[in-house]
Design a protein around this ligand. Structure first.
Ligand SMILES: [Mn+2]
Length: 325
């Protein structure tokens, strides 16, 4: 984001509107950017003696439980009496808020802050910067001149930024990303500690689940496509949640010969959730053709039908990417 863009959102003048309620919302199946950006903004506004509430339609995964203020997230929303200001963070559209979405549109002022290029600009104010690797980068730009970025706020921002860049490994990592990270490290953030918490450390039950999941690993005849299959019975056996599966797909993608890794999760409701990760080809087109969507290197879709047929259909769709020319 450039400086002019950041100035478009002057928090102090926005807050001078004397709102009775300030709400911050973020998307279902929340990731580190969603959670970290929301808590950074909430913690900053609190230092200005504002009362702020944070909302997310899904429960926050326990690996984020070290973040300051995380226990304040609420999973349902009812508007209070009085004039309300709402910030919607990291949401390309209001469907990402489940049934909170329609209630949000009835609030007095809606500020939409996001970095997805597909953002539907549903707010009264829309601050969309697709060049930012994370919503956390945008929140940093908004806060940096007007607020003292204390340790708590810096920690939340660092989690947001490192999360959406895969710990500064993805192609979206820019010099600006690194410069912001450097400013946050100056506030005392320990990168090893954060990395252990959000990327590297798992409960033992998750590793036993991974062992079972790896047993399902299969390859196509070229070795370029590989996949893994997990079902609800496997989750139950290990007392795991579906959010514990986050990151399993990387074990498939990171195999040397593999160009596309696929992860199948069969729910007990007859649905198969499919995740794609690619090193080279644009996988978003395949996800889109199967009714899903996403980015060129990371995408997903959800299909119904007999599990083996779903797997065959998806693998064949991906294989077609390698048949061209
Ligand atoms: Mn994000």
């Amino acid at each position: 984001m450039n400086a002019a863009n950041a100035n478009l959102l002057n928090l102090r003048s926005l807050l001078a509107g004397n709102y009775d309620n300030i709400y911050i919302f973020t998307h279902l199946r929340p990731d580190g950017d969603a959670i970290g950006s929301s808590l950074a903004l909430a913690n900053a506004l609190k230092t200005g003696c504002k009362t702020v509430e944070v909302f997310c339609p899904d429960v926050i995964p326990s690996r984020y439980s070290f973040l300051p203020g995380v226990d304040n997230f609420q999973v349902s929303f009812t508007a209070r009496e009085g004039k309300s200001l709402a910030f919607i963070l990291d949401c390309s559209d209001l469907r990402r808020l489940n049934n909170m979405g329609e209630k949000v549109l009835q609030l007095d002022r809606v500020v939409n802050i996001d970095h997805h290029i597909t953002n539907e600009k549903f707010g009264d104010v829309n601050l969309i910067d697709a060049s930012a690797a994370s919503t956390g980068e945008i929140i940093y730009q908004i806060l940096k001149d007007d607020y003292e970025l204390n340790y708590d706020i810096s920690l939340c921002l660092y989690v947001a930024i490192s999360s959406d860049t895969g710990s500064f490994k993805y192609e979206n990592t820019t010099p600006q990303t690194m410069e912001i990270a450097a400013r946050l490290l100056e506030k005392g953030i320990n990168p090893f500690y954060v990395s252990q918490k959000i990327f590297d450390e798992y409960p033992a039950s998750t590793i036993f689940l991974l062992r079972d999941a790896l047993g399902s690993l299969r390859f196509d005849e070229t070795g370029k496509i590989a996949w893994m299959v997990v079902d609800d019975a496997m989750l139950k056996k290990h007392g795991a949640e579906s959010s514990d599966l986050d990151g399993f797909i990387n074990y498939v993608k990171n195999i040397e010969s593999v160009e596309v890794g696929i992860f199948f999760y069969q729910t007990d409701k007859g649905e198969t959730k499919v995740g794609f990760r690619s090193k080279t080809v644009d996988i978003a087109s395949v996800a889109y053709s199967l009714g899903g969507g996403g980015h060129p290197r990371a995408a997903g879709c959800s299909l119904r039908g007999e599990p083996q047929e779903v797997i065959a259909k998806v693998v064949q769709s991906v294989a077609q990417l390698f048949c061209k020319g």
